[in-house]
Design a protein around this ligand. Sequence first.
Ligand code: BG6
Length: 515
Amino acid sequence: MDNHTVTSADLNDHTKKNQTDAGLEANSTFVPVDPFEIVVFGGTGDLARRKLIPSLYHRFCDGQIPKQSRIIGASRSVLNRDEYLSLIKEAYLEFAGHENFVESKWKSFCELIDYAAVDVTKSSDWGSLGDKLDATETLIRVFYLAMPPALFSDICQGLATAGLAHDKSRVVLEKPLGRDYKSADEINEAVGRVFSEKRIYRIDHFLGKETVQNLLVLRFGNVLLEPLWDRDSIEHIEITVAEDIGAGGRGAYYDKSGALRDMVQNHLLQLLCLTMMEPPGSTHADDLRLEKIKVLRALAPINSSNVKEKTVRGQYVKGKVGGQAVPDYLTDVDIEESGAETYVVINAEVNNWRWSGVPIYMRTGKRMRARRSEIIIQFKPVPHSIFGPSIKVNPNKLVIRLQPDEAVNLWMEIKEPGAGGLRLKSLPLNLSYADNFTVRYPDAYERLLMDVVRGNLSLFMRRDEVEAAWLWCDGILQAWDEVEQNVSYYPAGSDGPEESNRMLERQGDTWSESS
Ligand code: BG6
C-alpha cells in the first residue's frame, strides 16, 4: 500500500471500536503499526508529560503499539530510568486522570520506556543516546523534537554527526517553527541537511483533532455543500478559536510570541485552508497540501496601508471567567509591561475566483468568556422574499463546532405551526457528536504519532506551506510595527475588545453570537 495514502481504514481507525466501549481495553480492530523506537527530546517537558507519553500509552492499551517498540525520553536532567518512570506516571495521573489508568497495563507499557540524559549542545552526550537505540537498525526510528525551535538545528546536526539518523528515521518538529519567515527558512535548511523532506513531520496538532479532520469529510463526502460553497452563496465566514485559559505558566515563550504567532500562523490558517481549499484529487499528502498552499498564497496581503482596518489586537485585563476572578495578563506572566496580544481578529480575504469579496473573520483569544472553537458559514439571504416586508427571513447558517460540544448545525427557516398568521422560525438540523457517537475521542497527538510511524504525511505541513503562512503573517507583524498598532484591552471573561465588533460593523456584519 502507498504509505502516503489515508485509507478509509485509517480514517476509521478510532471509530471501529465497539461503540458501547468507551474505555481503553485492547481491541483487535485497531491496526497495529510496525515496531518503532521514538526518542522524545524534551522528554521531561510539559508537552511530553501532558500529551505525548499519555497518547502513546493510550495507543499501547488499544494494542496499536507492538511490544518490541521503545520509547526513550531524552532531556538534560540527570535522571535514572526509575526516576523517569515515576515522573511520567505522576504526570499521567495529574493531566490524563485515573479514568483510563490501569496499573497492570501501565506496567507493561513501562517495559517499552527508557531514559537518556542528553545535553544536545554537548557532543559527548550523543553516545549514551546511541547506546539505547536499536543496533540492528531494523526498527522505524522517530526523533520527536519537543524543544524550542532554536535547538532544532543543533539536534539534527548532533544526530547526523553521531550517525543516529539512518534511512528509516524521521523527525517530528513541534510548533512554533521559527518566529518569522526568515527563522523558519533557516530551521528548514538546517533540518533539511540531515532529513529529506519526506522524513520531516511538521506538526500542527489541530489537524489531529477529530472534528478538524471531519471538515474534509463534511465538505468532500457530501454533494450538498459544494454547489453553495462560494462567493455567490456565502456572505462571510467566521473562524473562532476562543480559550478560557490565560497565558500563565508559559509567559517567557508567550510574551515573545503573542496570539498571531502562537495560534494564527498555524492553527487558524490551517482551519482556513481546510474550509476554503479546492477539492483535492485524493487524501494523498501532496494532493492535500498543494491545495492548502494555493489558499495561503492567495491570501490578500495585509500591510501598513490596511492593517488598522483589517486587524484588532487585544490584551486581557483582570475579570471573571466562569464566575472566578482572574488576574490580568501582566500578572499572569509576571512582567511589568508588555505589548503582546492575547487576542487578535483579522479580516482576511482569499483572492481567487471562488472567494473574491467574501470576508473571512478569524479570531482567537485567551481568557475569553468560554472555550469555543467553531467555523461559521454565513449564507446570503434569499434573493427575494415572497412573504412580504413584514416577515423576517433569516439567512441560513452552517455552524461547525470543533470543540467542545462537537457538532454540525445547519440553521434553516421553517414555518412555526399554529394559527394567527405566518411566522418563520430559525432552527438547526443538529448533528451532535455526543448524540451519535459514544467512542472516546482520541487526543490529537494519538492519531498524529501513529501517522508518523506509518509514514503518512497527509496531516503534516510541507516546508512551503509553513513558509507561505509565515510570509502572510510577517506582513501583519511588520505593519503593526510600522503603524505602531497597540493592543486594546478587554476584561477577562468577555468576548474581546469592543473594536472587534466595530471592525465587522464597518463591513455591515456582526459576529454570529451577537446576531
Ligand atoms: C497551542 C498553543 O499550540 O495550542 C496554546 O501554543 C493553545 O497557546 C493550544 O492553548 C490550544 O490547543 P487545544 O488543543 O487545547 O485547543
